[in-house]
Design a protein around this ligand. Structure first.
Ligand code: ADP
Ligand code: MG
Length: 246
């Protein structure tokens, strides 16, 4: 299987007036087509910074990232990369772009200049795959957080991405709403969508992932299959999994 994502010796620094903070430190990661990778770790370990680098919102200070062989720093590939790697963020409210659900999902493809029939088809398929087709005429801001996140997933799917990135998609949601969103992500995994998810949902990560990455201070401390991570001898990994799963 080919690599959809290649992270090669990547470092990322936040540079402010007062100081420089290395949020990603010489990190390597490969994600193959069809793989489901979970990224876990304490707050501040660099997970969101890495996700934003994968979606060309931030760019490596050192090293490079290839998304389907496209270097994220090639400026003329920017929109191609963002379309190839669909992103769903933590906050359900910050992602809404239109006042009707189906228009919201159509927004991206419309901007790509895709022809109307194809857009209609994509909107319908994406909304069906997240179980929101019946609510296509609703106003997104009036829906529940779980429904908003499912629309955010549909919005990304309508771009026909090769990989989906999720940065703590359920951490702003109550347990029932978390379950409905995780169910949709699990279905995408069963359909072999390539995905990277940053999550604190350990049971979900254990059940669905092919590969789990544990990060600390911008570094991958340990990675492997769920079985390998959950039986790790590393104290830091054990402590984290124990704390989050409790
Ligand atoms: P995580 O998602 O694992 O919680 P982040 O990637 O958000 O971690 O943060 C990694 C480190 O970078 C933290 O020390 C955080 O304080 C710092 N950081 C994150 N965003 C910024 C920013 N915009 N400016 C400066 N420092 C930041
Ligand atoms: Mg984060």
């Amino acid at each position: 299987m080919k690599n959809i994502i290649e992270v090669n010796n990547v470092s990322f620094e936040y540079i402010t007036d007062e100081n420089t903070l290395k949020a990603i430190d010489n990190l390597d990661l490969q994600v193959k087509e069809g793989e489901f990778v979970a990224i876990i770790g304490h707050n501040g370990s660099g997970k969101s910074t890495l996700s934003k680098n994968l979606n060309a919102i931030l760019f490596p200070t050192e090293g490079n990232i290839l998304i389907n062989k496209m270097d994220t720093r090639e400026e003329d590939k920017l929109w191609d990369i963002r379309q190839t790697a669909g992103m769903v963020f933590q906050n359900p409210d910050n992602q809404i772009v239109a006042t009707v659900v189906e228009e919201d999902v159509a927004f991206g493809p419309e901007n790509l200049g895709i022809e109307p029939n194809e857009i209609r088809k994509r909107v319908e398929e994406s909304l069906k795959s997240v179980g929101m087709y019946e609510l296509r005429d609703r106003q997104p801001h009036l829906l529940s957080g779980g429904q908003k996140q499912r629309i955010a997933i549909a919005r990304a799917l309508a771009m026909d991405p090769d990989v989906m990135l999720f940065d703590e998609p359920t951490s702003a949601l109550d347990p029932e709403l978390t379950a409905e969103v995780l169910k949709v992500i699990r279905q995408l995994a069963q359909n072999h969508m390539t995905m990277i998810i940053v999550t604190h949902e350990m049971q979900f990560a254990k059940e669905v992932s092919d590969h789990i990455v544990f990060m600390e201070q911008g570094v991958i401390v340990e990675e492997g299959t769920p079985d390998e991570l959950f039986s790790s001898e590393n104290d830091r990994v054990r402590e984290f999994i124990g704390k989050v799963s409790a």
